[in-house]
Design a protein around this ligand. Sequence first.
Ligand SMILES: [Zn+2]
Length: 280
Amino acid sequence: MTRFIDAHVHPPVQRFLDGPIADHVDRLRDYLGEPIKPQTPEEVADFYRSRDARAVLLGWNGHARSGRRSLGNRDIAELVGHAPDVFYGFGAVDPTGGAGAVAGIHQAARLGLSGLSFHPASERIAPSDRDGRQLWETAAEHGLVCLFHTGFTRLGAGAPGGEGVGLEPARPIHVDRVAAAHPDLRIILAHTGPLWLDEAIAVATHKSNVHLCLSGVSPKAMSPELLELIRGPLMRQVHFGSDYPFGSPDSWLAEWDSLGTSEEVSRTILVENISGLLAR
Ligand SMILES: [Zn+2]
């Protein structure tokens, strides 16, 4: 039986480290205190398989401005192909890409991916921007889940000008209008929007098609109010993610276990909710 599904994994393969996040790798190393070790797809799969777990691999749009290669739909589909018993895949398209982005969404569906991952801070475009409408409609048509990184990001953190990364496009409230206009679109707010946690909670409470991914949120640091929501009214809209390799599923789960949550709630958050989202 699957013990947990890690819904937020950035596959630390060489082409990711040399590609879309190449400009940020040095600073991420300083932040994490150690370099991010490149791994093969098999190593990542074994890591999860040995824990009776599965992982959702996220693509990353390198976007034209950065000049960096994306970890795109095909890359993610290929990675999933290395271990389809372990991996699910979310592709990536450039949300500023117009017709090309829409074609990319059709492609993600053809490749059998489960969703798409966006990073509004690094992409410098809010999900509510007019340019996005066609994208969200197309994703909804195919039943592809759209994940948005929200809130504070470690990308560029501590550098003068944050290496050009602005935080504002990553406000959860920018997703609210998308969720309202596309009630069939299933949406994930990753990291629950640190800086704007209240906004993330408000959007998920108001819109049942919005789910919160707890990646980047340490269980021990959760406020009693957040825990009450997770175990109560929002229980069906919250799931676990670790942000691997920037976060560790083992430490998150150890902290979670120490909170003494019931078996039923844990199973819902660690497996069932994200399974429901992944079933197209
Ligand atoms: Zn992430």
